[in-house]
Design a protein around this ligand. Structure first.
Ligand SMILES: C[S@@+](CC[C@H](N)C(=O)[O-])C[C@H]1O[C@@H](n2cnc3c(N)ncnc32)[C@H](O)[C@@H]1O
Length: 233
């Protein structure tokens, strides 16, 4: 489908997806963030806007029926190049000189994402190229719906996209299932824009008939941020 045939929100989402940061946060970080049962065997879990994270790889090894969704999976090589770019520009922003950053060898980045890459090749059916705004799953499919630097991180500047992504996450969660998203730092000015988390949480709490919403503090890279947890009623 050409960009001219898309609805304005879908067209904007395509552009955001092409321009946003790409990361690959590792299980060691994410298992600290998410509150998951000790035994995940048999649970259906989806990671939305998963990038090069190895979360799905590890959950699959632990016996979960885990899948990852990212628009970038249409071209994993391009996704990897964008991840390297994101990492390098982060180093430059944090004060490293661009020449030293340019000399960093690609192997340095591959070491970090080996688990993701092996799993992607071994289980391609678990890495689904789709939009978070139109998830290709039936209603109530998942026990756990997870998104780190995805639903909040990619869409937070635009309430319309944020709402659409949230509605999709809620739709694919089964009654009694959990949605966990973050890290969310309300009002923080990131290089991608101002985070609308407070507004999102207020809107979610107003849906008390469908969701039990709670927020907890989570310290991520020196940012005071939050984990938003929702249980679908
Ligand atoms: C900052 S990365 C986060 C990756 C991962 N969750 C992590 O913690 O490292 C954001 C990811 O969202 C993906 N993305 C952006 N817009 C999307 C959309 N509309 N649907 C699905 N994925 C999208 C990008 O391709 C990118 O890989």
């Amino acid at each position: 489908m050409s960009i001219a045939e898309l609805t304005p929100i879908e067209a904007k989402a395509r552009i955001v997806a092409q321009e946003c940061d790409v990361t690959g946060n590792r299980w060691e970080v994410l298992s600290d963030f998410y509150k998951l049962p000790h035994d995940v065997a048999g649970l259906r879990i989806v990671d939305i806007c998963a990038g090069e994270s190895d979360l799905t790889a590890v959950l699959t090894d632990l016996g979960a029926d885990a899948v990852a969704v990212d628009m970038g999976y249409v071209d994993p090589n391009l996704l990897h190049q964008r991840k390297i770019r994101t990492f390098k520009s982060g180093l430059i922003r944090s004060g490293l000189d661009p020449e030293s950053v340019a000399r960093i060898q690609p192997a340095e980045f591959e070491r970090d994402t080996q688990r993701f890459m092996r799993s992607f090749v071994r289980n391609p059916e678990r890495y689904i190229s789709a939009s978070a705004l139109a998830l290709p799953f039936e209603e109530g499919r998942f026990d756990h719906v997870l998104s780190f630097f995805g639903i909040v991180g990619v869409f937070e500047e635009d309430m319309q996209m944020l709402r659409k992504a949230m509605n999709e996450a809620i739709r694919v969660t089964k009654p009694g299932g959990q949605i966990q998203i973050g890290p969310a730092a309300d009002g923080t000015q990131t290089h991608q824009g101002r985070i609308n988390t407070g507004r999102l949480v207020t809107e979610l709490m107003a849906r008390g008939d469908r969701l039990a919403v709670s927020t907890e503090f989570f310290e991520f890279r020196g940012l005071g941020s939050q984990r938003i947890t929702m249980v679908k009623k």
